[in-house]
Design a protein around this ligand. Structure first.
Ligand code: PNS
Length: 170
């Protein structure tokens, strides 16, 4: 097996996708002819969006990009790689603060599957402070996330938090 079978996997929680993720995906497909985006199935009850919703948002965003395939996965990432016959993992590295977690994951994945190789890509500077957690917090508190998430994602976020703050009356 070679590293260069043209396939890379970009795993994440994507709860929800933001422009930093979009930017990393657009960069990855400049390098790899095929990219599978692996959406981690909900293991925590506190995810805002279900696995199906997160996959759907990602598919909507990349509907016009044939190099991108969106799938969900559960269990170990390395098993998902093996299932796909892939060895390359794409991860975004925003700042030094990401380094320790990413370094540990890269080495653990390689320990579990010696063929696994993690490739780090850096997003545009304007997205380096972005995280799904912050995006959710800003929307929940009534802030504006225009330009930070795809429009369809912003609409879903607003709808979700509206529902949470104004439960339907009987
Ligand atoms: O977007 P995130 O939450 O930073 O992504 C983390 C993710 C999904 C890449 C990581 O949690 C993962 O790979 N989970 C699958 C379980 C696994 O393989 N754990 C060991 C990784 S070292």
């Amino acid at each position: 097996m070679t590293l260069a079978n043209g396939l890379a996997v970009y795993p994440g929680s994507f709860d929800p996708i933001h422009m930093g993720h979009v930017d990393i995906i657009e960069r990855a497909v400049q390098i790899f002819p095929r990219l599978v985006v692996g959406v981690l199935e909900n293991i925590e009850k506190n995810a805002l969006f279900s696995t199906e919703e997160r996959v759907e948002m990602m598919r909507e965003q990349f509907a016009g990009e044939p190099a991108v395939e969106v799938r969900s996965f559960s269990g170990l990432l390395v098993n998902f790689l093996k299932e796909l016959d892939a060895t390359v993992i794409i991860r975004g590295m925003r700042a030094v603060s990401d380094f320790e977690y990413e370094f540990q994951m890269a080495l653990m994945n390689r320990r579990l599957y010696p063929h696994a190789e993690t490739v780090f890509l850096t997003p545009k500077e304007e997205y380096t402070y972005l995280s799904s957690r912050l995006v959710k917090e800003v929307v929940a508190l009534g802030g504006d996330v225009t330009g930070l998430v795809p429009e369809a994602v912003a609409a879903r976020l607003h709808a979700r938090y509206r529902k949470a703050t104004h439960p339907p009356t009987r």
